[in-house]
Design a protein around this ligand. Structure first.
Ligand code: CU
Length: 107
C-alpha cells in the first residue's frame, strides 16, 4: 500500500515537472491530421513536429517571415521549428492537402 502510494506520488511529480519544463509543444501527425488545429506560441519559440503516423509527411509553411519546409519526414522522426516573426502562420502538409493547422505567433 505504502509502496503503491509512493509510485503514484512520483508519477504525479514527474508529470508536473515535465509540463512545467516543456518549452516546446509537440504537434502529432497521426491518421493524417495534426493533433492541434491551432496553437499559440511566443515569438522565438519552437514547435516539435512529430510524425507518429505510418506514412511520410512533408510539413511546411509559406507564411511570410515564418517560411519553412521540413521535406519528407519519415514515420517516427521529429523536427523542431522555431517561429521568428509575430503573426498568423498557415502550416500544411505538401503531401496531404487536407492536413492544415494554424500557428499564432505572439510577441
Ligand atoms: Cu501528410
Amino acid at each position: 500500500m505504502y509502496r503503491a502510494r509512493t509510485i503514484l506520488a512520483l508519477a504525479v511529480l514527474a508529470g508536473l515537472s515535465t509540463g512545467a519544463l516543456a518549452a516546446t509543444q509537440v504537434i502529432h501527425q497521426q491518421g493524417r491530421v495534426f493533433s492541434s488545429e491551432s496553437v499559440t506560441v511566443k515569438k522565438g519559440d519552437a514547435l516539435t513536429f512529430l510524425n507518429d503516423d505510418t506514412i511520410p509527411h512533408n510539413i511546411m509553411s509559406t507564411s511570410k517571415g515564418n517560411e519553412f519546409n521540413l521535406g519528407s519526414q519519415a514515420p517516427g522522426s521529429s523536427t523542431d521549428v522555431a517561429f521568428k516573426e509575430a503573426g498568423d502562420v498557415a502550416v500544411i502538409c505538401a503531401i496531404h492537402p487536407r492536413m492544415k493547422m494554424a500557428v499564432k505567433v505572439v510577441d
